[in-house]
Ligand binder design. Structure first.
Ligand code: ADP
Ligand code: GLC
Length: 483
């Protein structure tokens, strides 16, 4: 077989669609390889072999191994799945266990620092030593705190392989005590605020931000926000320093058009901008699924982690006014038990207009994006956000807080933007229950005006949300590092 002449990027991450997902990180890690292939880059994705993951592969080839990976054996298997070229780190003492990737019954696995340091260490070793197949990456792309130590391990080993660190969410930083430095094979001599130290502790995300050749985040607005104390979660200083050196770039996420496309989505009736009959069918089916009668106003959908970041409390406060004015809402979410309880209370108060499903349900999420009139995303901060992008693609008009990637991807239906035909949704800058309520009321008013609504929907569906231009930006960044 002839060697593939294309440069390769090794993407190191803790999640990847369709194998393991808790949020948007997985969508991005799973979609980038195909998008980068169009730009002349080959990708391999290194993932932990969580329990059951290897069973999903027909053929696996061992390509690397290490006898003492932080307390046990580690083997990397190469395998293909859904068009992805994967490297799976099989280390049963770290990854073969009950629970999700990070938690068991709501509590973090106590050795998460070891588990993901091991993933990062192996990512760096693969880049340095290569695999048994004789392959080595040209660039390493580390995602979030779970892969934050990859750039550090590369630096400490004196490797010349360049690395890119992407921040998907700065709120999660991979913090542990300096007493663990030896255990994760990091040098105690570099434990100071300019390198590994973060207020007396170690932060794997900070380490990545200091040691990577380039840093990216998932939207231009979030890149700016990250340099401020309000959004930087204590890392604004490091980020501002990298920004000042021209090492920081915001690249907005795209969506995977093969999975998210109303014209060919196996979970729903097909439709297109030219013919929305299928959408009307999906809407009726969704109302029926939740046992709700046809509302006078718009049907709002919300698909989200139930957390403070996502503004679930704002939603709880604003929904009563919205449904009392004729709207209906269906919510799919999992996370904070308090929010789950309060959402259930709301369905009891408004059984004719509010429906809630707790848990994680990918097919239902498709039915919701396809059947809703509006998708509501009232986040306090949002690095990029994907559900508003799904909304745009499915003609489900986004109602969003004007922050981070939400601000970069949704054009508010101001009178001027409606007049010139650029409006794609509703964005509120006063991120509060009142701000959300005001936007919901505006959306309801526009919904009542058929022609305006159809124009908004058409404009939303015409918005380019594919990976193309963003994949191009990643590719140029990688290429720059090869020079
Ligand atoms: P975040 O990664 O911060 O949670 P994003 O908007 O980037 O936010 O991505 C969330 C992803 O997870 C989207 O693909 C969304 O559809 C999906 N999602 C969130 N909650 C659920 C759920 N309960 N069931 C199914 N999909 C969900
Ligand atoms: C994070 C962010 C979200 C972003 C996703 C993928 O989970 O919270 O805004 O869309 O990563 O980059």
């Amino acid at each position: 077989m002839m060697a593939d002449p294309r440069p390769t990027v090794l993407s190191v991450a803790s999640e990847c669609v369709p194998l393991v997902k808790t949020g948007g990180l997985a969508d991005v890690v799973g979609a980038l390889p195909a998008a980068l292939a169009a730009e002349g880059w080959r990708s391999r994705v290194l993932l932990p072999a969580y329990r059951g993951l290897l069973d999903q592969f027909r053929t696996l080839t061992p390509v690397w191994e290490h006898g003492d990976l932080f307390g046990g054996r580690g083997v990397v298997f190469a395998g293909r799945h859904s068009g992805l070229d994967l490297l799976l780190l099989d280390a049963p003492h770290l990854f073969d266990r009950h629970g999700g990737p990070y938690h068991l019954d709501g509590d973090d696995h106590p050795d998460n620092h070891l588990r993901f340091a091991a993933l990062s260490w192996v990512g760096a070793r693969l880049a340095i030593d290569g695999t048994a197949e004789g392959w080595r990456p040209d660039v390493v792309h580390a995602h979030d705190w779970q892969a934050g130590l990859v750039p550090s391990y590369l630096r400490y080993a004196g490797s010349s392989v360049p690395s890119v660190m992407t921040i998907h969410n700065v709120a999660f930083q991979g913090i542990f005590g300096p007493d663990q430095l030896d255990a994760v094979r990091l040098p105690t001599w570099d434990f100071h605020p300019d390198a590994l130290e973060y207020h007396g502790l170690v932060s794997t995300l900070k380490a990545g931000l200091v040691h990577a050749h380039k840093v990216t985040t998932v939207s231009p607005t979030y890149a700016e926000e990250l340099t401020t104390p309000e959004f930087g979660f204590g890392l604004e200083g490091v980020i501002a320093a990298r920004t000042a050196h021209g090492d920081m770039v915001g690249i907005v996420n795209g969506i995977d058009g093969a999975r998210w496309n109303p014209a060919g989505d196996r979970h729903v009736a097909a439709y297109s901008p030219a013919d929305l009959t299928g959408k009307a069918h999906n809407r009726r089916a969704l109302l029926e699924e939740f046992g709700l009668p046809e509302p006078v106003g718009p049907l709002a959908v919300v698909v989200t982690r139930l957390s403070h970041q996502k503004g679930v409390d704002l939603l709880l406060e604003a929904l009563p006014g919205f449904v009392e004015a004729g709207g209906a809402a269906v919510v799919l979410g999992s996370g904070d038990a308090g929010y789950e309880y309060e959402l259930q209370q709301l369905t009891q108060r408004y059984p004719q207009s509010v429906g809630v499903r707790t848990g994680y349900d990918e097919p239902l999420s498709h039915r919701m994006f396809a059947g809703g009139d509006i998708v509501v995303v009232p986040s306090r901060f949002e690095p990029c956000g994907l559900t508003q992008l799904y909304g745009l693609r499915y003609g489900t008009v986004p109602v969003v807080a004007a922050t981070g990637g939400l601000r970069d991807t949704v054009v508010d239906a101001s009178p001027e933007n409606i007049r010139v035909g650029t409006a794609t949704g509703f964005a509120f800058t006063d991120i509060s229950a009142a701000g959300l309520a005001e936007s919901l009321a505006r959306a309801s008013a526009h919904f009542a005006d058929g022609p305006t609504w159809r124009r908004l929907q058409a404009q939303a569906m015409a918005t380019p949300v594919d990976w193309g231009p963003s994949a191009q930006r990643y590719a140029s960044l990688f290429a720059e590092l090869l020079e």
